[in-house]
Design a protein around this ligand. Structure first.
Ligand code: CA
Length: 226
């Protein structure tokens, strides 16, 4: 899944970028508020990590504009220990949660999963219908007729994008935006290879191609007919 990291501190940003990438996240990193705004407007992020002390437009202003514009992307504020007022401002303005620096990576990851889950439907961590294809957002496993199997980070991102809105067709560009980060080498066939692999795992009908338009999962996809 893709995360936008907004952090002007070179060392902190570099460290987080590497750590999150190692955990399978596709990370886009910006160091200024204005760039963060346009990235959030253009990108389809599972989550945004927002530092408040930024040069130019600060994080609070970024947050204000994002929420005023109606964008509901899950957003975690990263603040310094002494910035209690800012933290409260942030929550008032619609941040989903905040973390005080320095924090443990494991805690950051847990909070990220929590805000994403919350966005995906109040405390419900499994999406999809019983007995059909389901996705556990907490463990990142797919359930086929209730039988669980593990997914890679990209497989999960693909399936999550499609299963959020069953029946909706997502284009190649929309899917690539959800799965890959900026500057990531994405070969012309990468998405096709990924989808091919998923069909082998889930069944040929699990992900339908709609010629010329994109792909979708049917509202009840597992065991569907051709
Ligand atoms: Ca900063």
């Amino acid at each position: 899944m893709r995360v936008l990291l907004v952090e002007d501190d070179e060392m902190l940003g570099q460290g987080l970028h590497e750590a999150l990438s190692r955990k399978g996240w596709s990370v886009d990193w910006v160091k200024e508020g204005a760039l963060a705004l346009s990235a959030i407007a253009d990108g389809d992020y599972a989550c945004v990590l927002l530092d408040l002390g930024l040069p130019g437009m600060d994080g609070i202003e970024v947050l204000r504009r994002v929420r005023q514009g109606g964008n509901k992307t899950p957003l975690l504020v990263l603040t310094a220990r002494d910035a209690l007022d800012q933290r409260i401002d942030g929550l008032d303005l619609g941040a989903d949660d905040y973390l005080v620096k320095p924090y443990a990576l494991s805690e950051l990851l847990a909070r990220m999963r929590a805000v994403i889950r919350r966005r995906d439907g109040a405390a419900q961590s499994v999406i999809g219908e019983d007995g059909a294809l389901q996705l556990d957002l907490g463990t990142r496993e797919v359930l086929i007729q209730g039988v669980r199997s593990q997914l890679s980070a990209r497989e999960f991102a693909l399936l999550h994008a499609l299963m959020e809105r069953p029946g909706t067709i997502l284009s190649r560009e929309q899917l690539e935006n959800r799965i890959y980060g900026w500057g990531e080498e994405v070969g012309p066939n990468a998405l096709d290879v990924l989808i091919h692999g998923m069909r082998r795992k889930l069944g040929a009908q699990a992900i339908r191609n709609v010629r010329g338009l994109g792909w979708r999962v049917e509202p009840r996809s597992a065991g569907g007919t051709a």
